[in-house]
Design a protein around this ligand. Structure first.
Ligand code: NAD
Ligand code: DAU
Length: 355
């Protein structure tokens, strides 16, 4: 069994679905279900004994101790976090608590559990920390892409909290010998992406004929990876990554935000034409995000060279699948927008309570 934290969020739920499609090894999914946690993402696993869901907080040491003692997972894959940069600007406190204190709590619980294992189980155990390229800071137009040796220069409360958590994970390896690996990934996109983030927000706003807000001049660059390719990279690093190492994950897909929004509009024009005209008419320039990083780009050569990992999707195939997924799942979108996904939990997951 593996313990996944944050497995009801965007990437975590895609990872859980991918894991159980590839393997019969059960998943213990610990998620407190903030606004970003949505068990509807995992509706296809209802009644599947390989998925055990526990609603609980990664800051709750007693709960984590109990889960580790009871289920004895061979690995922890740690996704749980506050993840949205704009929210971190307006309310950084939750980011400090979950991303820093939560990671610390999980590391300490993992260390106590791991130190009680026999030698073979100790050697096999892994703590996989899922992190972001945002810890590296912002690139100029002609700077080389981030490598794993790039100094950390986080600029938002979100990225600062993730950088702190990366440092904690590193320290628990060097000080206590806890067998850790860390991945720093670029911007993900795909199914089940909460529509506060750029790509799903543009899709759902366009379909509702609402403005498509572009921060600043729209020339900020992000490096995009289809979420299932992130899941396959995590599997590869968990299986073969060297202990104490960090691996950058990305698909060599740098795009300006304006290019992204144009692509989304053009796909919608093709797949769901609007009588009022091209969806591009809805593009609206708005005030920039404070401290807005100009460019991210991931150099993924280490994971490619050492582990042979490659993304399965190009940006063109992945974004088409994504837009089509949102068109095919109007109920999921409606439940997220109305908040009804939260009721779905109490109606469908009676076993969710930790205690
Ligand atoms: P998300 O916001 O969609 O999901 C986060 C999940 O964590 C939610 O299900 C939420 O309920 C849960 N959670 C939050 N606080 C918790 C707590 N205290 N205890 C237990 N569960 C808690 O985030 P995401 O986009 O899926 O990101 C997952 C991870 O991947 C994060 O660590 C993020 O930093 C990292 N990451 C994200 C991206 C991206 O593009 N989204 C890219 C690189 C790395
Ligand atoms: O790089 C990885 C990171 O990608 C992850 O660590 C974060 O968890 C994830 O949220 C994401 O952060 P970004 O800030 O890059 O994602 P976001 O979707 O919020 O914004 C992408 C770009 O689009 C960014 O330059 C800001 C811009 N933007 C965003 C929104 C929501 C807009 O122009 N308009 C918008 O309405």
């Amino acid at each position: 069994m593996i313990l996944v934290t944050g497995g009801a969020g965007f990437i975590g739920s895609n990872f859980v679905l991918d894991w159980l499609a590839q393997s019969d090894e059960p998943v213990l999914n610990l998620d407190v279900l903030t606004y970003a946690g949505n068990l509807e993402n995992l509706a296809s696993l209802q009644g599947d004994a390989r998925h055990v869901f526990v609603q609980g907080d990664i800051c709750d040491r007693a709960l984590i101790d109990r889960l580790l003692a009871e289920h004895r997972p061979r690995a922890i894959v740690h996704f749980a976090a506050e993840s949205h940069v704009d929210r971190s600007i307006h309310g950084p406190g939750a980011f400090m608590r979950t991303n820093i204190e939560g990671t610390y709590t999980l590391l300490e619980a993992a260390r106590a559990h791991w130190s009680g294992l026999d030698d073979a189980a100790k050697a096999a155990f892994r703590f996989h920390h899922v992190s972001t390229d945002e810890v590296y800071g912002s690139l100029g137009a002609s700077d080389p892409a981030f490598t794993e040796t790039k100094a950390f220069e986080p600029n938002s409360p979100y990225s600062a909290s993730k950088a702190a958590s990366d440092h904690l994970v590193r320290a628990w390896f060097h000080t206590y010998g806890l067998p850790v690996v860390t991945t720093n990934c670029s911007n993900n996109y795909g199914p089940y992406h909460f529509p506060e983030k750029l790509i799903p927000l543009m899709i759902v706003n366009a379909l509702a004929s609402k403005p498509l807000p572009i921060y600043g001049d729209g020339q900020n660059v992000r490096d995009w990876l289809y979420v299932c390719d992130h899941a396959s990279a995590i599997r590869a690093v968990l299986a073969g990554g060297r202990l104490g190492e960090t691996y950058n994950i990305g698909g060599w897909n740098e795009k300006t935000n304006l290019e992204i929004v144009h692509t989304v509009c053009d796909l919608l024009d093709e797949l769901k034409p609007d009588a009022a005209g091209s969806y591009r008419r809805l593009i609206t320039y708005v005030k920039d995000r404070p401290g807005h990083d100009r460019r991210y780009a991931i150099d993924a050569r280490k994971v490619e060279r050492e582990l042979g990992w490659r993304p399965a999707e190009t940006f063109e195939t992945g974004i088409r699948k994504t837009v089509q997924w949102y068109l095919d799942h109007p109920d999921w979108v409606a439940h997220v927008q109305s908040g009804a996904y939260r009721d779905w939990v109490s109606q469908n997951y009676a076993e969710r309570q930790a205690d």
